[in-house]
Design a protein around this ligand. Structure first.
Ligand SMILES: [Zn+2]
Ligand SMILES: [Zn+2]
Length: 329
């Protein structure tokens, strides 16, 4: 993927920097590569955090123009970053497959019970291997214990290799479903202490309450996670090292059924619009502020984008880097 990726970045620099004039010549190609490397090396982002808010429906988040349940994300943070209004969960719309899409860059129909490993290596494994990093520089932090499987892969040569650090479920044991209220302070502490190059966070409240059929608690979950998202962003801004060097991608593993379809907001897992239409808000020093992108992108494209930033090659990944996200300066 890296070559394709470099090619894509090169194309971007051709369009912007030298137009159509000399792209055919060998000299032009050399210049393109030079521009690409220069463009990537000039980027300020050093730390990447994927924050997965588990399973809100678009109609209760940004799809509601009043943003009544997400005042921080929808009114304040959206102006600080680039928002993707047509971001999609295009694989199986369950929790484990949704997260595996982000970590491996492949839509795999993996078991939702945590008993099956991703068949492709993750961006965490590629990063730790290629950059020879200490495992404390990459973390998977999840309220849902069953997501500990994200650390590993059944791929040949990758099983039990280059695994990131984890804190998943009750006391970091890889089991159970502790509340976000309990887990979030721990996640934040780990991030500020270790300053990981790459982190994935899963917060479960929205999904857990919706499955219990409580609309009130589902909405409270959305409001609480809206506040935690702001809290995390502010904590990063208050850290002298991470401030101005951290990208935060706030997104979802899946949505939920539309009203009138099956049991509505209580469940998810098919290809209805409610399950597939999710969101992505990208905050960070290399992204445009107050920009809305309507182009359709999927979960695996975020993986490709982060891999590009990190200079990590992921030959098994399928997504394409989101060039519209990168500010050109
Ligand atoms: Zn989920
Ligand atoms: Zn559905």
């Amino acid at each position: 993927m890296n070559f394709k990726l470099l090619g894509s970045f090169a194309m971007l620099s051709v369009v912007i920097v030298i137009g159509f004039s000399c792209s055919e010549s060998t000299v032009g190609k050399r210049e393109e590569n030079f521009d690409t490397q220069k463009a990537l090396s000039n980027k300020k982002t050093k730390y990447h955090i994927i924050l997965v808010l588990d399973g809100p429906r678009y109609s209760e988040t940004y799809g509601d123009s009043s943003c009544q349940y997400i005042p921080n994300l929808g009114k304040i943070l959206k102006q600080e970053g680039t928002f993707f209004s047509n971001f999609r969960a295009e694989g199986s719309t369950y929790t484990n497959p949704g997260h595996v899409a982000f970590t491996t860059g492949v839509y795999q129909k993996v078991s939702n019970e945590g008993v099956q490993l991703p068949k492709n290596p993750s961006i965490f494994q590629y990063l730790l291997k290629q950059k020879k990093l200490d495992k404390r520089k990459a973390w998977i932090l999840t309220s849902k214990g069953k997501l500990q499987m994200l650390e590993n892969s059944s791929a040949r040569g990758w099983w039990n290799q280059y695994m990131p650090s984890t804190y998943c479920g009750v006391n970091g044991s890889g089991m159970g479903y502790p509340s976000d209220e309990r887990m979030f302070p721990i996640f934040k502490e780990i991030i500020i202490e270790h300053k990981p190059i790459l982190t994935l966070i899963n917060l479960l409240d929205i999904d857990a309450w919706a499955h219990q059929g409580s609309w009130e608690r589902y909405i409270k979950g959305i409001k609480d996670l809206d506040q935690m998202s702001m809290n995390l962003w502010m904590s990063i801004q208050n850290d002298p090292e991470m401030k101005d060097k951290t990208a935060l991608y706030i997104t979802n593993d899946h949505g939920r059924h539309l009203d009138g379809h099956k049991d509505g907001f209580k469940s998810h897992g098919d290809r209805c619009e409610g399950c597939q239409h999710i969101s992505l808000l990208a905050l960070g020093p290399d992204f445009e502020k107050n920009k809305v992108v309507d182009t359709k992108y999927g979960q695996i494209d975020l993986t490709a984008t982060i891999a590009a930033f990190l200079g990590v090659s992921m030959p098994t990944a399928k997504g394409k880097p989101i060039l519209e996200l990168i500010r050109n300066d």
